[in-house]
Design a protein around this ligand. Structure first.
Ligand code: ADP
Length: 484
C-alpha cells in the first residue's frame, strides 16, 4: 500500500465497533484510477458480513446507541465533524487517490462531510412532532421515530458527501446504519468508521461492509432486518434495490442521476454564467449525479456563447488527481469505455472543442478529454442518456416554451438552472421545469447541505439533505389519548 495518509485497515469490515476480516477471507484489488495500478486490497464482504452488521445494528438500537438522548447523538455528530476537519489533508489525499478526483475537489468533499455532520448534529434535538386539534376529550400528538436499521448503498463518485448526507441524517434520527460503499472507492467510508469510533459512537451504530454490489449490496438490500434503504447510483440498480425492498415492504430513498439542463436566455448575464455552464459539466470529470450535461441556449446568442464555451474547453487540463488540474481520470477502465462509446455515437455531431490531457498523465490512468458537442438535436442519444463523463451538449432553442419542452424532454428530473434577468421568466420557468432543484442565475448553490435534494422521474424519489432528509429517515407515530 503506497497511500501514506491511511491510518486504518483497508482490507477489513467495520462491524459492531471492531475491524474484522470478511467472513470468507476474500479481498478485491484497490486501483488508483490516476495510474491504473493496484495499490492495495479491500475486503470483499458478503452475505455473512451483512448479516453480522445488521445484527450489530439491531442490537445497537436497543443498546447504548438506542438509549442516547437526542442531544447526545447531536453532540457525537458534532464531535465527529470536528474530527473530520482535523483530518482534512489525509482524507483529501485518500479520496483523491481512490476516486481520481483533483485534490481541491477532494478537499471540498471533506469540508462538505464535516458540514453534514455539523448540520445534522445541530438538528438531532430539534426534530419535533405536533399536537393536532381533534374531537372533544382527546389529546392527539405525533412522534417522529427512527426506522430502526437503515441500509446505505453508496456510489464511488462522491463517497464522503453521500455518506454525510444520508448516514448523517439517519444517525441524527437515531437509526443504526449499515453502509455498503462502492467496490471502486471505499476508503473514505472506512475512514468514516474509524473517525466515528474515535468520536465515541457506541458499537453497532455505524457498520461498514465493503464488497461487490451483486454480493454485499444485494444482501443488504434484500435483508429482512433492514427497515429503510437509501441508494445513490444507476437507474437499473435503483430498480433492483426498490424491488428487493418491496419484498420486505420497506421504504427506499433513491437518487439516480440525471440529464440536467441549464437554460440560457437571450437576456442572461453571460459573463456570470460562463464558469457555471462549464464547471457544472466537467466537475469530477462529469461523474456527478447533478452534472449539467445539457446547455440549452437561445438561438440569438448561440454562436457567440458557443465560441466562449469552446475557448474555456480548450483551456481545460486533465491529469492525475494529485496534480490538481481541472479534471482527473474517470474512475475505471469500464467507465472510460462507456464514455468513449457515447462519444462514438456522437460522431455525427459537431465537436466544438476538447480539453487537453496533460503529458504528465500516466498511460495506465483512465483519462478522457472533456468534450463540447454542438448542434445537438434534443432527441439525440447524447442529449437524452446520462453519460457520466465530461461531455456536454449544446442545444439551441427559439423561445421559452420550446426551451421548457426540451428541458422536460428526458426521463430524468434532478436539477436545472435558468439564466435570465427577467424576474417573470425566472418564476415561470422555475414552475414549469420538472426537477427536484432549480437554480436561478447560478448552478448548485454552493453545494447546499441545508437544501433538500432529490429527483423525479428516473432521477429517483425521496429527498436527502436539509431538514427534509430527517423526515425520510424517520417514521411518524400518531398518539390519540381519550381522557374524559
Ligand atoms: P455505477 O454504475 O455508477 O457504478 P451502480 O449503481 O452500479 O453505479 O453502483 C452504485 C452502488 O450500488 C455501489 O455501491 C454498487 O456496489 C452497488 N450495487 C451495484 N449493483 C448492486 C445490486 N445488484 N444490489 C445492490 N447494490 C448494488
Amino acid at each position: 500500500m503506497t497511500l501514506a495518509a491511511l491510518w486504518y485497515p483497508t482490507d477489513k469490515c467495520f462491524i459492531d465497533g471492531r475491524w474484522q476480516p470478511p467472513a470468507n477471507g476474500k479481498t478485491l484489488p484497490l486501483e488508483n484510477p490516476s495510474t491504473g495500478q493496484v495499490i492495495g486490497q479491500i475486503a470483499r464482504g458478503s452475505k455473512d458480513d451483512i448479516d453480522a452488521a445488521v445484527a450489530a445494528a439491531t442490537a445497537a438500537r436497543t443498546g447504548d446507541w438506542g438509549h442516547l438522548p437526542a442531544f447526545e447523538r447531536g453532540r457525537l455528530l458534532g464531535h465527529m465533524g470536528r474530527l473530520v476537519l482535523s483530518h482534512v489533508d489525509q482524507l483529501a489525499e485518500i479520496e483523491a487517490t481512490d476516486v481520481g478526483k483533483p485534490l481541491k475537489q477532494a478537499r471540498a468533499d471533506v469540508l462538505a462531510l464535516a458540514r453534514y455532520l455539523e448540520f445534522y448534529g445541530g438538528a438531532a434535538d430539534k426534530i419535533m412532532g405536533e399536537t393536532i386539534p381533534y374531537l372533544n376529550g382527546y389529546t392527539v400528538y405525533t412522534l417522529r421515530e427512527p426506522h430502526g436499521v437503515t441500509g446505505h448503498i453508496i456510489p464511488w463518485n462522491y463517497p464522503m458527501q453521500i455518506i454525510g448526507r444520508s448516514v448523517g441524517a439517519a444517525l441524527a434520527m437515531g437509526n443504526a446504519c449499515v453502509l455498503k460503499p462502492a467496490e471502486e472507492a471505499c476508503l473514505t467510508a472506512l475512514a468514516f468508521a474509524a473517525i466515528a469510533d474515535e468520536a465515541g459512537f457506541p458499537r453497532g451504530a455505524i457498520n461498514v461492509v465493503p464488497g461487490l454490489g451483486t454480493e454485499a449490496g444485494a444482501a443488504l438490500s434484500e435483508h429482512s432486518g433492514v427497515q429503510h434503504i437509501s441508494f445513490t447510483g444507476s437507474v437499473p440498480v435503483g430498480g433492483l434495490i426498490q424491488t428487493a425492498a418491496a419484498r420486505n415492504v420497506v421504504p427506499v430513498t433513491l437518487e439516480l442521476g440525471g440529464k440536467s439542463p441549464q437554460l440560457v436566455f437571450e437576456d442572461a448575464d453571460l459573463d456570470a454564467a460562463l464558469p457555471y455552464l462549464v464547471n457544472a459539466g466537467i466537475q469530477n470529470a462529469g461523474q456527478t449525479c447533478s452534472a449539467s450535461s445539457r446547455l440549452l441556449v437561445h438561438r440569438s446568442i448561440h454562436d457567440q456563447l458557443l465560441d466562449r464555451l469552446a475557448a474555456r474547453y480548450r483551456a481545460l487540463r486533465v491529469g492525475p488527481a494529485m496534480s490538481d488540474l481541472d479534471l482527473g481520470p474517470l474512475i475505471s477502465a469500464n467507465q472510460k469505455s462507456i464514455v468513449a462509446g457515447y462519444l462514438a455515437k456522437g460522431r455525427d455531431l459537431e465537436c466544438a472543442a476538447k480539453g487537453e490531457i496533460s503529458q504528465s498523465a500516466p498511460t495506465g490512468g483512465h483519462y478522457i478529454a472533456p468534450t463540447l458537442l454542438a448542434g445537438v438535436a434534443p432527441d439525440h442519444t447524447l442529449a437524452r442518456d446520462e453519460i457520466f463523463g465530461p461531455v456536454q451538449v449544446v442545444i439551441p432553442f427559439d423561445d421559452e416554451e420550446q426551451a421548457i419542452a426540451i428541458a422536460n424532454g428526458t426521463d430524468f428530473g434532478l436539477v436545472a438552472s435558468i439564466w435570465t434577468n427577467s424576474g417573470a421568466r425566472q418564476m415561470r420557468a422555475a414552475k414549469a421545469i420538472r426537477a427536484g432543484q432549480i437554480f436561478i442565475n447560478n448552478y448548485g448553490a454552493g453545494g447546499g447541505v441545508e437544501l433538500p435534494f432529490g429527483g423525479i422521474g428516473k432521477s429517483g424519489h425521496g429527498r436527502e439533505k436539509g431538514f427534509e432528509a430527517l423526515y425520510g429517515f424517520s417514521t411518524l407515530k400518531t398518539i390519540a389519548a381519550l381522557h374524559n
